[in-house]
Design a protein around this ligand. Structure first.
Ligand code: OAD
Length: 244
């Protein structure tokens, strides 16, 4: 594995490629001030128990607690801005005829930065849906905790909870993009949550050159031909600038 930043072979591969896919995780939003999940001290799952907050059972047990936690996260995300990494990915998309941005993040920051057609594997905090499956709703009454759907069931955030399947169309699109990609970037993810963590493996097995952007090594690192060790908000703009 090559760990040198901006190796000419990487730049060459990126200049020749026409099909590029990018998987992002919480690390891409870290520089915006959104906490990650698994960082030992600051990660959300270091402070909160996911079994009490991010499962359908937790919601049934204490819907008000779960609703409030997500409402607070929604407000925090609304108060921050996309960072240089999000904007670099907007610019990267314009270089390639076939570019797919897949994210595990629910913060909507790629869309706010200007990325189009983002494949959101784990949903989006800004959306709310009926717990009983009526679908996504456009408006809800914040005074209720949790608000109710027209059918009477509680509303819940439109995010994927532990034990739930991913949106079928999103994971299918992500897998297709991984199979097609000549270069596959894994940016700011610990690679511990499946099926998202399967995507770099699919890409590698189909012949893609895998690039990891992360200050730390992860279980995905052995797949990566190039590991760019630094914050995504520094590494990605530098990479774009070097490509010219
Ligand atoms: P994690 O918190 O597991 O991992 C964040 C990764 O970002 C770590 O590998 C950090 O080293 C890296 N990182 C931190 N700062 C960075 C920076 N400035 N630039 C680049 N990388 C940085 O987050 P995810 O891998 O996204 O799922 O977690 C995957 C899923 O687990 C989430 O989507 C969420 C969670 O449970 C659901 O809620 C369904």
């Amino acid at each position: 594995m090559q760990t040198l930043e901006l190796d000419p072979a990487l730049l060459d591969a990126l200049r020749r490629a026409t099909r590029v896919a990018v998987l992002t995780g919480a690390g891409v939003s870290a520089e915006s001030g959104v906490p990650t999940f698994r960082d030992a001290l600051t990660g959300l799952w270091a402070t909160f128990d996911p079994q009490r907050l991010a499962t359908p059972e937790a919601f049934l047990r204490d819907p008000a607690l779960v609703w409030r936690w997500y409402a607070e996260r929604r407000a925090r995300v609304a108060a921050v801005q996309p960072n240089a990494a999000h904007f670099a990915l907007v610019a990267m998309a314009t270089r390639y005829a076939d570019f797919t941005l897949v994210t595990q993040n629910v913060d909507g920051l790629h869309l706010r930065a200007g990325s189009r057609d983002v494949v959101e594997l784990h949903g989006n905090l800004a959306r709310v849906k009926c717990f009983d499956g009526c679908g996504v709703v456009d408006a809800w009454d914040e005074r209720e905790t949790p608000p109710r759907c027209r059918c009477g069931a509680p509303l819940r955030p439109d995010v994927v909870w532990f034990g739930e399947p991913l949106p079928a169309e999103a994971i299918a699109r992500a897998q297709q993009a991984a199979r097609r990609a000549e270069v596959f970037f894994s940016v700011g993810t610990s690679g511990e949550v499946f099926p998202a963590a399967e995507l770099p493996r699919i890409a590698r097995a189909a012949g893609a050159l895998v690039v990891e952007v992360n200050p730390d090594a992860t279980p995905l690192s052995p797949l990566a031909r190039f590991a760019l060790r630094g914050p995504a908000g520094v590494v990605l703009p530098r990479l774009l600038a070097a490509l010219g």
